[in-house]
Each structure stands twice: as C-alpha cells, then as structure tokens.
Design a protein around this ligand. Structure first.
Ligand SMILES: Nc1nc2c(ncn2[C@@H]2O[C@H](COP(=O)(O)OP(=O)(O)O)[C@@H](O)[C@H]2O)c(=O)[nH]1
Ligand SMILES: [Mg+2]
Length: 235
C-alpha cells in the first residue's frame, strides 16, 4: 500500500462552546489539515467569533448535531478528501488525529472511528450510561451487521466519497450511529482505533449533562438502530 497525503477538513459542531472552542481550534495541527470548520447553529454566546479569531472557518446551520455535521461536510473545501468530526468542548484529543486519518491515507480504510472505550478515559468524562450504550449497540451490530464497534464516539474520519454514498439523513443525535450502520451496510472498510477522552474544558454538556436531552438522544439512537439497522436494499 502507498501513502497518499489526502487533504483533511476538520468539522466541529458547536453550540454555545465559548469557553472551550478557542482552545480546541488553537490546538489544531495546521500542517496536517487543510482547514478547520466550526459549525454554529444559533449559539447565544461568542462561540462563532472566538472560533474565527482562533483560525477556524465558521459556517452556520439549522439546529441539530447531525444538521451541523452535514452542513460542515457540505461546506468543506472541494479539495478535501477526508472529513474528520470532533466535538467543540475539548473532550477529544487532537494528538490522536494522525492515527485516525492514517488508515485512510494508506488506503486501508474508508471509515475510521475512535473508540473511547478502548482508550484512556479521564475519570468522569463519560457517564456509565454512555459506556453501556456503546457496548450494547456494539453487541447488536456485531450480531446483525457483522461489524465490531465498541463506541459511538464523535471523533471519526471518513473518506468523502464514502460519506456521499451513505446519504446521511439524521439531523440530530442519530447522526453518529447512522454513519456506523450505513458504513457497514455499504461495505466500507471500517477500522476502530482507541482514542483518549477527557472532560469538557468548560461550559455545559448539551447532551449527557442534561437528563431530558440524554433521554431524547437515547430514543433517537434506538430509532436509528431499528429503522436504519433493518433497512434493506440501501446499497
Ligand atoms: N451545532 C450544534 N452542535 C451541537 C448541538 N448539540 C451539541 N452540539 C455540539 O456537539 C458536541 C457534543 O455535545 P456535548 O454537549 O459535549 O455532548 P456530550 O459530550 O455527549 O455531553 C459539542 O461540541 C456541542 O457543542 C447542536 O444542536 N448543534
Ligand atoms: Mg461533550
């Protein structure tokens, strides 16, 4: 296999992350990436301005985690062939980026997902329910899709042409799982790597820290599991 230095766009959905987004963007390894796109959808704080000042390109989207990821994917430079997603709260560790994009650049994978379950987690960075959900969903997908995942983590890289094949449609918290299921259904070459994870730098969690939001996310994830997981002829 031959290494090809495909251009990378980093895509960060961010909703009211003024306390952390500046640090996240400032840590970007610019020599490895073509750009960093921060997708804001109606933050009421200074997220957009801080991200831009730190060197990101800021785009807008309609509400929703998936909507933001999709808008960022569509806005990415036409020359970028690898799209990388990560959170804007400082939980994902950018030092893991080379290991995340490497398998795609070596043409060994189309989709590389970072598993926090297999990496080192700072105490308190993940709820027990999130750990359980990742394992549970992983078990179901192993049984029904024949693919092994241990997490639904946000830090992931996908070949752009592969993403286009998947025709992503989940505009809220189902986005991550939809990508994982469809990647298996479309026969993408999938690699899971350990990534480390830490507590958010500041600000508040929009999902796991909020009971109502985490219930909504859980329901959405179950819906995606049933609907996307049982879809036929989706190739
Ligand atoms: N654009 C956008 N980003 C969101 C939305 N909800 C959450 N995020 C971002 O998605 C990432 C993950 O959210 P977070 O609150 O940290 O979730 P948790 O880590 O599961 O508790 C963060 O960067 C948030 O700012 C949303 O509705 N729109
Ligand atoms: Mg978070």
């Amino acid at each position: 296999m031959e290494f090809v230095a495909l251009q990378v766009s980093i895509i960060i959905p961010a909703l009211n992350e003024a306390e952390s987004i500046g640090h996240v963007v400032a840590e970007m390894p610019w020599h490895l990436i073509g750009e960093c796109v921060v997708v804001d959808n109606g933050s009421t704080d200074a997220t957009a301005a801080i991200a831009q000042a730190a060197g990101a390109r800021v785009v807008e989207s309609t509400r929703g985690y998936g909507a933001a990821c999709l808008a960022g994917s569509n806005a990415a430079l036409a020359t970028s062939e690898i799209l990388v997603y990560m959170d804007g709260d400082g939980s994902d560790i950018i030092a893991d980026l080379p290991r995340l994009i490497g398998p795609i650049q070596w043409d060994e994978a189309d989709f590389v997902i970072g598993s926090r379950l297999r990496g080192k987690r700072e105490a308190g960075s993940m709820l027990a329910s999130q750990v359980f959900a990742g394992k549970f969903v992983g078990l179901l997908l192993r049984l029904f899709q024949g693919v092994t995942y241990t997490d639904m983590g946000p830090f992931r890289a996908i070949r752009r042409s592969s993403l286009n094949q998947l025709q992503m449609a989940e505009l809220t918290y189902g986005w991550n799982l939809e990508m994982q299921i469809k990647a298996a259904q479309h026969g993408l070459r999938i690699v899971e790597i350990p990534v480390d994870y830490r507590k958010r730098i500041g600000g508040e969690s929009k999902v796991s820290g909020d009971l109502k939001a985490s219930m909504k996310a859980a329901v959405r994830i179950l819906e995606v599991l049933v609907r996307v997981g049982t879809a036929r002829g989706s190739r």
